[in-house]
Design a protein around this ligand. Structure first.
Ligand code: ATP
Ligand code: MG
Length: 879
């Protein structure tokens, strides 16, 4: 009866498909458009708007195997992972959903049928829980299914009321547990499924979704009660394969083998080693899937979670005696295991493993230093007799050595010590605030509610792939976010119609602009947006008369702007294909902006793209343009599309039916955007710039069509102007400029030579005029047009001409005084240049200093230069 996890996943999906459910592909681990949630943490997350009635889909029953992460927020299992048999950070949640269709009866019947008939679990091993007040669910299990009373438990809200987060859809639930029989280690008075003794294993949770909870905690009934269920593949597999934990299932076999091979430690020999192996295996699965979904290590938000997981895993590697980067190797084993279910991992293999390796190397460099520091802290701690490491110490480890607090806590846990979490949090407040601000969301909830209401009874058809104009009825108007029947001249409006040729911003392509006309009124549309899947909002200003709900409108897209956007969008696809061809398939799209006047393309790549590569990319794209290859656009299911080699984009959310845009055999992408009929339309693609925008992410900006021509023309005009000024043909401009620069350098050298000759002459004159004071030859003179550097040169000249003597030169530049003073070596016992200059500088209101044989000074009073020169003579005469 032992089934492989692949078979379990497949059987689950097929079972519900046969019961009228649509099989929907897993969404990304990064939830789209939900800033309140770091990661998808349950199968229902991608359907949140469907449950809330904001979004409608072409079906009312769905079944999925959804990638989930529970490492943050309301559902955080991080501390449990590796230590309990049943918790993972990353896992796959199998679930069936009813969107206002069937409710409790079918949900309960289906689950029972699947577990007992299809999976063959002995009914006597099953126990269920219901929410204390949910008599309906109790009766269904008791009477309809026939579960004996002693196997049905009524539990409180803490156990049997499910919510996705602090706000959002929620409701009472009913959990299905496997009962492993009374456990001698259990010492609680009542051992029910809420007990943690190991007797019970929750495998499936059926949520009867009835409410939406708002920020104040108020529950509002959902438009139609719905069903959301979740059972992890990992737990089901552990039960159906009869193994003691998720980590002993076939999902982990290849991964554990690799860990044992590298560490040369056998599983089952030592409890702590087993825990470390579990953590390494679990966290590496999470790393692979997170990086595969476009998350990169960072210091905030999702990136920081990724970094923490990697560091914990690396640390547990050290506990297994592995002190070199190895997680990337485990990542390879994860991809081997999971690629049949997630083929995109295969394409991203090199990218994912190299990311892991790099981050690992970075961390291992500081790990040992950090551990030394921690040992010092712990020695101190022991002396003080405390069992709690201070918040500052924890923060210091975090800040200097990159030790996440949970890593430090994990290390301390092994020695029965704790960290001062409050103290750490205080020290972290600044960073936390920053991170929180970034995730707080935009406060768009009210707008979302209004759109939600509109979207629940209006859906907009898009006709703009083929048409740029069309007629339709106005279904709703919003002015300042309020629903209105009429909008008048000057109003800023949002218009909803039944069918529109306007493309709403998505997939990087900006929304269309244009005009909407009714009899007696006109709206200039500046932007088009899609706040819900089937709701299109035209934003603009009423420029004439008024517009009313139910009026017939003529909609016309700005055709020039659209055509320019189309060129840029198709250009982006060719650019993407050329990047992958020239740089390799690790160059994956990270984001893009496609507007009428420009295109921007962000992609993953580790090094700057050099000029030769840029040229090769431009050549390739323009050759494809020249070939005028027609576009083919097809619709198909997501798995079919991936199967056919289409490139899906990180973090994009795709429906079940996807659009595949293909140009020849070089570019196939999932894309909902508008495209050229054939590549020739693009005309020309010219790359303007290439730069780095984040670690491992590059950005290219480019132009197409007439935009590219205009850019080239501007450059040409600048060159022409240069050629006219230089009076040479354009082709000779660089050589001419080079020649001019060379001439200039020669002229500068000549000037320098003449000046120094002139100074030489001047020095000679001065040395001839040297005075004898107290038996010392003294030159004290003013020099015109010299700076500090020239003065120094002249002082040197004069010192050697005098053989023995003292020289003081002064110059004035820009109202400031420079002084330089030299003493020949034979006299430095009697006259120290640095002492003399101090006295003299005071005369011109300045300060100075230097060595015994040479000193310099500045001053602010040029009118006192003569006094300063005299002062030298006084000083020598007086000494
Ligand atoms: P537990 O109390 O065991 O942590 P839960 O109450 O948090 O479970 P739910 O939020 O109801 O679980 O999630 C639905 C299902 O997802 C569970 O029945 C279980 O099969 C699975 N599941 C939940 N958390 C994990 C996890 N960390 N690792 C693996 N599977 C999980
Ligand atoms: Mg849990």
């Amino acid at each position: 009866m032992a089934r492989s996890s692949g078979e379990i996943r497949e059987a689950f999906l097929r079972f519900f498909e046969a019961k009228g459910h649509r099989i929907v592909a897993s969404a990304s681990l990064v939830p789209e458009g939900d800033p309140t949630l770091l990661f998808t943490n349950a199968g229902m997350v991608p359907f949140k708007n469907t449950f809330l009635g904001v979004e409608t889909r072409g079906y009312v029953r769905a079944v999925t195997s959804q990638k989930c992460m529970r490492v943050s927020g309301k559902h955080n299992d991080l501390e449990n992972v590796g230590r309990t048999p049943r918790h993972n950070t990353f896992f796959e949640m199998l679930g069936n959903f009813s969107f206002g269709d069937y409710f409790k009866v079918e949900a309960i019947e289906h689950s029972w049928e699947l577990l007992t008939e299809c999976f063959g679990i002995d009914p006597s091993r099953i126990a269920v829980t219901v929410f204390r007040e949910d008599d309906e669910a109790y009766d269904l299990w008791r009477k309809k299914i026939g579960i004996p009373k002693k196997k049905i438990f009524r539990l409180d809200e803490a156990e049997n009321f499910w919510s996705m987060g602090d706000t959002g859809p929620c409701g009472p639930c009913s959990e299905i547990h496997i009962d492993f029989g009374a456990n001698s280690a259990c010492n609680s008075a009542v051992c029910d499924p809420a007990c943690d003794c190991g007797r019970w294993l929750e495998i499936w949770n059926l949520v009867f979704m009835q409410f939406d909870r708002d920020a104040e905690g108020k529950l509002t009934p959902l438009p139609k009660p719905s069903i959301d269920t979740g059972a992890s593949l990992e737990r089901l597999a552990s039960v159906l394969q009869g193994v003691p934990s998720n980590f002993d299932t076939d999902l982990f076999r290849g991964i554990m083998d690799r860990i044992q091979e590298i560490s040369k430690i056998k599983r089952g020999a030592n409890v702590e080693h087993d825990v470390s192996m579990n953590i390494v295996a679990d966290h590496t699965r999470a790393l692979v899937f997170l990086i595969g979904d476009g998350v990169l290590p960072g210091n905030e938000g999702r990136g920081y979670v990724l970094r923490r997981l990697l560091r914990r895993a690396a640390r547990h590697g050290v506990l297994l005696g592995i002190e070199r980067p190895f997680l990337f190797d485990i990542g390879d084993a994860v991809i081997d295991e999971m690629a049949s279910a997630y083929p995109e991992l295969r394409d991203r293999r090199a990218y994912i493993t190299s990311r892991i390796q790099r981050e690992e190397e970075r961390f291992l460099e500081t790990l040992s230093k950090g551990l030394v520091r921690l040992e010092e802290d712990l020695a101190q701690l022991e002396k003080s007799g405390s069992k709690v490491l201070s918040g500052e110490a924890v923060f210091k480890l975090y800040d200097t050595y990159g030790f996440p607090a949970d890593l430090t806590a994990d290390i301390l846990a092994g020695r029965n010590l704790k960290i001062d979490e409050v103290g750490f949090n205080t020290a972290m407040t600044a960073q936390r605030e920053r991170a929180r601000a970034a995730w707080k969301g935009s406060g768009d909830k009210r707008a979302a509610e209004i759109y939600g209401r509109i979207a629940s009874d209006i859906s907009t058809q898009f006709s703009g792939y083929s048409a740029l104009a069309g007629a339709s009825t106005i279904r709703a108007l919003l002015v300042n976010g309020e629903s209105r029947d009429v909008a008048s001249c000057g109003d800023t409006v949002e218009v909803v119609v039944a069918e529109t040729p306007f493309y709403a911003e998505s997939g990087g392509q900006v929304g269309d602009r244009g005009t909407l006309r009714v009899s007696g009124g006109e709206v200039k549309i500046a932007d088009t947006q899609r706040p819900a899947l089937e709701l299109v909002i035209h934003r603009g200003v009423v420029t004439e008369g008024e517009v009313r709900v139910d009026a017939e409108a003529e909609l016309a897209v700005d055709a020039d702007a659209r055509a320019a956007t189309v060129r840029n969008h198709s250009g982006t696809h060719l650019l993407h294909a050329a990047l992958r061809s020239v740089l390799g398939s690790q160059a994956m799209q990270k984001g893009s902006l496609v507007a009428p006047d420009r295109l921007r393309f962000d992609f993953t790549h580790d090094a700057p793209v050099d000029d030769g590569q840029i040229e090769a990319i431009e050549d390739l794209v323009n050759r494809w343009i020249e070939q005028n290859v027609p576009a083919t656009v097809r619709e198909m299911s997501y798995p079919e599309a991936i199967e056919s080699g289409a490139v899906a984009i990180f973090n994009e959310k795709y429906g079940d039916v996807v659009r595949v845009v293909q140009f020849g055999d070089f570019s196939t992408e999932l894309c909902g955007g508008t495209h050229a009929v054939a590549t020739g339309e693009i005309g020309l693609l010219k790359i303007l710039s290439e730069s780095g925008i984040a670690s491992g992410v590059r950005r290219i900006e480019a132009l197409t069509g007439l935009g590219a021509l205009n850019h080239l023309r501007e450059q040409e005009n600048a060159l022409k102007a240069a050629s006219e000024l230089l009076r040479v043909p354009v082709a000779d401009v660089p050589a001419r400029i080079e020649k001019l620069l060379e001439d200039r350098r020669a002229a500068e050298r000549e000037i320098e030579r003449l000046q120094s000759a002139e100074r030489g002459e001047a020095s000679k004159d001065l040395s001839r005029d040297a005075k004898q004071i107290s038996g010392v030859r003294v030159v004290a003179a003013r020099v015109a047009g010299a700076g500090a550097k020239e003065l120094r040169g002249m002082v040197d000249d004069l010192r050697s001409q005098l053989t023995s003597g003292i020289v003081l030169l002064a110059a004035e530049t820009n109202g400031q005084v420079s002084l330089a003073l030299g003493v020949t070596k034979d006299l430095t016992d009697r006259y120290r240049a640095s002492d003399l200059i101090r006295e003299i500088a005071m005369v011109v209101g300045g300060k100075g200093g230097g060595r015994p044989d040479f000193a310099q000074a500045g001053g602010s009073d040029p009118s006192k230069i003569d006094d300063a020169l005299e002062r030298l003579e006084e000083l020598i005469a007086g000494s």
